[in-house]
Design a binder for this molecule. Structure first.
Ligand code: NAP
Length: 472
């Protein structure tokens, strides 16, 4: 007990003192999901552990090697306490204020929705126990992630607090547990940290909305052209085409547009820098946001391209295709006719498939290299080579694949049902624009200027120069 009383202040151990760290005892209030997972990892990392529980003798299962005590006794035996209890039950901590004086209290709590309470949970905890040093940390990790150890996507522990020593103590534990610590400043940042886990795919929102919007537009556009038009014009029910034919048109169309939209902000940024003659002016917010979601746009584009591949593979086994093929063969036999081998058609279809396969192969490469575990293994130059050079090549192949699909269809009047261009033509607009703009940017004279700007060169402002010369 005398040792316990001695530990009433924040104790900091240098990282290079493993023997001392092995001795360190930490306390966890709450034997629930997070308390158990965190406790298990702490024990695995060499800490001694005591749980504080309402029911020390009848609490749920705890990791072997840990002790369970009442809150009062557990609080006295460690200088650092993880509060793994929901905020709604924090009241009891107020009564423990004397035992918790001078200790580091780690608030791991989250809320069910934003702005549930007037103040952040950690600030509330600090108000309840003013004598303790409250640090907000570990709330962005799940019990599952803690149990399984840090993975690429779950490597960071954000923390904030008013006492630098207390933050240092928590940071050392997090580092020993294998996490990277990101200090977000004082306890005022607690609300921001508490809002992190409540975000629902924030970077995916814009790409998903765009995908849904484009998919819906092209679905209805092609429904009108391929199904409704045929019904009105020829009284033929083509509605079965919705399931495979229409899907196999909509997915590649949206995929190609999304792929082009990954590269459009890059070329817009290039032209903007050329126009401004400097790289030191901020891009407009919309362009910044657009650039930040390029990875998500690319991954959705890849998913849709994969669907296109799967739909294409089932074409030969479709009833409609087999029926048409059999009909054609039978009618040729009946009429005793043979069609001559069309070399141009053979070249066209083979090129179309081959370029499509190459484009999809590169698409896969882009997708794989965007995985954190792969991109972490690449140097910045390798990563930008794949994402930029090979990315444009992918766009070029996929666009060319679509041009080959269209071939001379654009010359036929029958292609423009109700005066509307076919879907593939519409989807070529953005990729073609991106490729033309990129071509302009890589022209030696333009590329030279852009490279100089990106290396820090700035065009002098004639207006400022004029003012300067007037002043002198
Ligand atoms: P939980 O499984 O419900 O456990 C909460 C624990 O709090 C209980 O096991 C209980 O332990 C204690 N408790 C319950 N009512 C109490 C009361 N009236 N007074 C005192 N103690 C009480 O919850 P959890 O999932 O571990 O979450 C704990 C905290 O961690 C929450 O604030 C949550 O937001 C946060 N968090 C959880 C996760 C996660 O993945 N689960 C992730 C990040 C953050 P005893 O019976 O031993 O007293």
């Amino acid at each position: 007990m005398s040792e316990e009383v001695k530990q009433e202040s924040v104790s900091l151990y240098p990282v290079s003192a493993p023997a001392t760290l092995k001795e360190e005892k930490v306390c966890i209030f709450g034997t629930g999901d997070l308390g158990r997972s965190l406790g298990q990892r702490l024990l695995q990392s060499g800490y001694r552990l005591v749980y504080g529980s309402r029911r020390p003798h009848s609490c749920g299962p705890i990791p072997s090697g840990a002790q369970v005590q009442s809150h009062e006794i557990a609080a006295q035996s460690a200088s650092l306490v993880f509060v793994c209890v929901h905020r709604e039950h924090y009241d009891f901590l107020g009564t423990l204020a004397p035992q918790l004086r001078g200790k580091v209290l780690v608030d791991v709590s989250n809320n069910l929705k934003k702005n549930m309470y007037p103040e952040a949970n950690a600030e509330y905890l600090q108000r309840l126990v003013p004598g303790a040093h409250v640090v907000k940390a570990f709330n962005t990790l799940s019990a599952w992630a803690l149990q399984n150890g840090p993975s690429d996507a779950n490597r960071q522990v954000y923390l904030c607090g008013n006492s630098p020593e207390a933050k240092q103590a928590v940071a050392e534990i997090a580092t020993k547990l294998g996490f990277t610590v990101l200090d977000r400043g004082s306890l005022c940042a607690a609300r921001e940290l508490e809002d992190f886990p409540l975000q629902l795919f924030p970077e995916w929102r814009m790409p998903m909305r765009l995908t849904i919007g484009l998919t819906a537009f092209f679905f209805f556009y092609l429904l009108i052209r391929d199904v409704i038009y045929t019904y009105v014009d020829q009284k033929k029910d083509n509605s079965f085409r919705i399931m495979v034919s229409l899907a196999n048109k909509v997915f590649p169309i949206v995929s190609l547009i999304l792929l082009a939209l990954c590269y459009l902000p890059g070329v817009i940024a290039g032209f903007l820098q050329l126009y401004r003659g400097t790289k030191y002016k901020r891009f407009p917010d919309w362009l910044d946001r657009w650039m930040l979601c390029r990875k998500q746009l690319g991954l959705i584009a890849l998913a849709l391209a994969s669907l296109h591949v799967l739909y294409t593979l089932i074409i030969p086994i479709r009833y409609y295709v087999r029926f048409r093929l059999a009909q054609h063969t039978i009618s040729q036999i009946k009429e005793n006719k043979t069609s001559p081998f069309d070399t141009t058609m053979a070249w066209r279809t083979d090129s179309y498939y081959s370029i499509g396969i190459l484009g999809f192969g590169l698409y896969l490469l882009l997708g794989i290299s965007s995985l954190p575990s792969v991109s972490n293994a690449l140097s910045w130059r390798e990563f930008s080579f794949i994402q930029s050079k090979l990315g444009y090549l992918t766009l070029l192949f996929c666009t060319f694949h679509t041009y080959l699909y269209g071939w001379d269809k654009f010359l036929r009047i029958s292609s423009y049902k109700w005066y509307t261009p076919p879907g593939y033509m519409l989807c070529l607009v953005v990729p073609t624009l991106v490729l033309v703009l990129k071509l302009l940017l890589i022209l030696p004279c333009v590329d030279k200027s852009l490279t100089r700007i990106r290396q820090g060169w700035e065009k002098t402002d004639p207006e400022n120069d004029g003012k300067k010369s007037l002043l002198t």
